[in-house]
Design a binder for this molecule. Structure first.
Ligand code: FEO
Length: 395
């Protein structure tokens, strides 16, 4: 089950074609995923990360077929989240006392999850290294809050491989493993979805960490993340993407998001989309009913957008719960530099637009003045009034 990466480095992880959600149900997975673990067999034998708990027994059994587990000199835990640390307990039953190299925060994370005070933790920080023998070293780089406090990367000298853990990863199953063998459109989409839905709140830290890594001027031949493809063809392309994505990223796109009870709000959404397209034919316009489209896919489109418009009918003096839940998620992702507008409908009290404007401002969006609030079904003139929103978002 090993896949050769370079010289004495192999992939020994798990490709999960059936996984359909992650972080509970908070992240949808459309194209499978993988939990990437790596085995280095220099003078020292080192395992970097493991797999998610449901796959731990298969992981250990497969590893046994590749090597005598007693040969493992050290385990590197780049990140304690259970999708990477899930097999540690089973593995350590076979090789108790094996040193685990990780950050101080990872000790807290692993101890909290596994209640494992007797594990042989070796705490490392940025700049520390592990001598692999044969003139090669693993150099550790703390990646605090990218995306957990304990996150870490390590760089293998000699082979010039950056084991980046979650950074630069994607939830994307690629049996062929390498980026040059993957479907390029899906790869870019899944890498962006991963950034938008998981890493975006930490963009200022991503920016600083990228500057720090670039300043080290390390030769990087391969970037080996803990999910998805291994970047061997122009590996810095994903670093360049991250440099753009962490800097208030936007394309010439406007995304309209709404939910509707009896189609009145849907009519406003679709007319607004048509007006934007008419006024600015080069602008990409996307219109999503929140109850019919996956929330993480929509969020990726928001990430691409320079502006959004959000619509809801008034329900219980507020907005539909589907829109409210999504707005809560939107706020947590901390988008910056994007415009927003609100529209909605009502039968009697009519608070939805005011509420939406408040929620959008609270989520960090620049809310424009024009809005549309319609009593019952929109008339032709009321549908036409969405043009003011289109103009405001396009300026
Ligand atoms: Fe892939 Fe943060 O775990």
């Amino acid at each position: 089950m090993r896949k050769h990466i370079k010289n004495n480095v192999s992939w020994v992880g798990f490709i999960d074609w059936e996984l359909d959600s992650f972080h509970g149900d908070d992240y949808s997975i459309m194209n499978g995923s993988s939990q990437n673990a790596y085995l280095i067999e220099e003078e020292k034998t080192v395992l970097i990360d493991t797999v998610w708990k449901p796959h731990k027994d298969g992981f250990v059994e497969n590893l046994k077929k590749e090597i005598d587990l007693k040969k493992i000199d050290a385990i590197i835990v780049n990140h304690g989240e259970i999708d990477h640390s899930g097999a540690l307990d089973s593995l350590l039953e076979e090789i108790p006392g094996t040193p685990i190299y990780c950050t101080a925060n990872a000790v807290k994370s692993l101890t909290g999850q596994f209640h494992c005070d007797d594990w042989n933790f070796q705490v490392v920080k940025t700049g520390d290294s592990y001598d692999l023998g044969n003139g090669k070293q693993l150099v550790f780089v703390e990646m605090r809050m990218l995306h957990w406090p304990d996150s870490m990367a390590c760089y293998m000298t000699g082979d010039n491989i950056l084991f980046s853990n979650d950074a630069f990863g994607q939830h994307f199953a690629v049996e062929e493993l390498f980026n040059d063998l993957a479907d390029p459109c899906l790869l870019e989409k899944e890498a962006m979805k991963y950034y938008a839905n998981i890493l975006n709140p930490f963009s200022p830290l991503v920016k600083r960490k990228l500057e720090e890594i670039i300043a080290l001027n390390l030769p990087i031949d391969i970037i080996a993340p803990s999910h998805g493809v291994v970047w061997r063809d122009n590996p810095l392309q994903i670093v360049e993407k991250y440099a753009a994505w962490c800097d208030r990223y936007q394309e010439d796109q406007i995304t309209i998001v709404y939910d509707t009870m009896w189609e009145a709000t849907a009519q406003l959404a679709n007319r607004l989309g048509a007006y934007i397209s008419e006024l600015s034919p080069d602008t990409r316009v996307k219109v999503f009913n929140l109850s019919k489209t996956d929330k993480n896919e929509i969020m990726t489109e928001v990430f691409r957008s320079k502006a959004i418009a959000v619509g809801s009918p008034t329900v219980g003096n507020d907005i539909l719960s589907s829109v409210g839940g999504w707005m809560h998620f939107l706020k947590s992702l901390k988008f910056e530099g994007k415009k927003a507008a609100a529209f909605g409908t009502y039968g009697w009290s009519g608070e939805s637009v005011k509420k939406l404007q408040e929620y959008l401002a609270d989520a960090g969006f620049k809310v424009i003045e024009p809005s549309v609030l319609v009593n019952w079904n929109p008339t032709a003139d009321e549908l036409d009034s969405t043009k003011a929103i289109a103009e405001g978002l396009l300026v």
